[in-house]
Ligand binder design. Sequence first.
Ligand code: ATP
Ligand code: MG
Length: 298
Amino acid sequence: MDQTRLARWRVPFDGAFALADTSTEPMPDVPGGKVPGKRKLRKARAAQTERLRDLQQRLYAERRHSVLLVFQAMDAAGKDGTIRAVLSGVNPAGCVVHPFGPPSKEDLSHDFLWRTTRRLPAKGHIGVFNRSYYEEVLVVRVQPEYLEAQRLPRGVPLDQLWQQRFDSIRAHERHLAENGTTVIKFFLNVSRDEQCRRLLRRIDDPERNWKFNAGDLKVRARWDEYMAAYQAALQETSRPWAPWYCIPADNKDFMRLQVANIVVQTIEALNSQFPELPADDHARLHEFRAELTQGKPS
Ligand code: ATP
Ligand code: MG
């Protein structure tokens, strides 16, 4: 796959990222081109899902690398649906999805990386974080009153605290990368208008009522503050060892295909191979075959 096609969603590593310059709407592969229709997008995604199934088998068999996919977004941007669409078809034994809601009492009595660290994927596995430690520089930054329950050391000014957290996150992800966990992070970039349409659908469609959460409106009301927090987080923590991808999210099929492309390409680059049978066993395969077929017609 063409590297440049994926590089366009990647948040630059030099701190030059501006959320205001990104698109929430689908964009054609080449300037002046056309965005494919729903059917084409879905067909392309199905092909990538198939590819992912094969790649995951190798990853699982080799058990040398793990992959961590982090999803962050405003409510109704489509995290759940994207995770489902992209990972449908992979062997569930090798894939674990963890959602991170408000921290528990036990979570709060540890450092902010503790609860997610316990859920990191084992070698050979794909781990998915639906929300993550990034909430600690997003929701907590917009609503610093959450810090009270965290009982942090006194005397650290807030500005410094967020910088410390960025430092911790960068170091944490670098450590993971150096030890065999490939980290890729997706920000599903939905527009305020599209979010409004989706929240209204949750109100108007009885089958979607269960997804409606009055708290989402409070978060929505502080949209600009969230965008500022996202901008800082992506800028400060997109690094070669753990890149952020900022994916236009107003068209779900388009978004899911972009995520599938990036996941496939990243895992492909690991070049996982099925392990070889030890040479001794390999040399004796004919003996084992004879043992299994002894007395049976061949
Ligand atoms: P989602 O909104 O992710 O699709 P959900 O509404 O079912 O799923 P919840 O159990 O409500 O999930 O958890 C999400 C909420 O938890 C979000 O509002 C998020 O901001 C909040 N949250 C996550 N991490 C933290 C944290 N560290 N501190 C405070 N709130 C947090
Ligand atoms: Mg929610």
